[in-house]
Design a protein around this ligand. Structure first.
Ligand SMILES: [Zn+2]
Length: 246
């Protein structure tokens, strides 16, 4: 049950279609439905205002703790690309995932934000990918990858060539997209506890932020922001009692 309800809230958090069906409050990134009002829009969104472990954050005051390597086992499995009005999301077939400290999480979907949501040492990036995973109990772990403007990103070229331009449009990908291609060569990472960066802002999410950015071309980043029509980053949240470790 817990697994189902968390997956449902994850779906609701990332799918405009599910929100409409469930009659949950409309939310967005601008005006009266924007991030500073999320907590007032729906009784289920109060953590967006009252939470103490919210995402995104500026990763500062980093504590060195010799984090063990993340074990990645990603096969090409991105099957459907969805414009949910809040992001472009690629849903992933089962069988791919990560193991963190002996704990297994399955990759469910990845999506993008422009500009980046998290900052590293005060630095904002032009784009950030979130690779969303869940364990058998529904606990979430998100791998965050920062993009710098530079060389073309090969992993984006197929999904970007058929990017759904309107909210609630989706396409089935003829060749399955690869999450592996989004990862930097060096997999060193920062870790902190946070939340979904979209309503209902559920906490208890393990955030794993890759230290090394990858690149995407100016055209690739612009294409995504043009399709969105507005920035889709939640503002930085207070760290409060948390530490970021590496
Ligand atoms: Zn995200």
């Amino acid at each position: 049950m817990r697994y189902k309800s968390l997956i449902l809230s994850l779906t609701m958090a990332t799918s405009g279609a599910a929100l409409a069906v469930d009659h949950a409050a409309h939310w967005g990134y601008e005006g009266a439905a924007g991030p500073e009002h999320w907590g007032e829009l729906d009784a289920n969104f109060t953590l967006c205002t009252n939470g103490k472990n919210q995402s995104p954050v500026d990763l500062t005051h980093i504590v060195d703790s010799n984090l063990p390597p993340i074990d990645f086992h990603y096969a090409p499995g991105g099957s459907d690309e969805i414009n949910n009005g809040h992001s472009i999301q690629i849903n992933y077939e089962g069988g791919s995932g990560i193991t963190v400290d002996g704990h297994a999480f399955e990759l469910k979907q990845f999506h993008f934000h422009t500009p980046s949501e998290n900052h590293i040492g005060g630095k904002e990036y032009p784009m950030e990918a979130h690779l969303v995973h869940a364990d058998a109990d529904g606990n979430l772990a998100v791998i965050a990858v920062m993009f710098e403007e530079g060389a073309d990103n090969a992993a984006l070229s197929a999904p970007w060539s058929v990017i759904p331009s309107h909210a609630d449009e989706s396409v089935h990908l003829a060749a399955k997209a690869s999450a592996e291609g989004l990862l930097p060569e060096n997999r060193d990472y920062y870790r902190f506890n946070g939340s979904l960066t979209t309503p209902p802002c559920t906490e208890g999410v393990v955030w794993l932020v890759m230290k090394e950015p990858v690149t995407a071309s100016h055209e690739q980043i612009s294409r995504f922001s043009e399709i969105m029509g507005h920035p889709n980053n939640r503002p930085i949240q207070n760290l409060n009692a948390r530490v970021v470790i590496d």
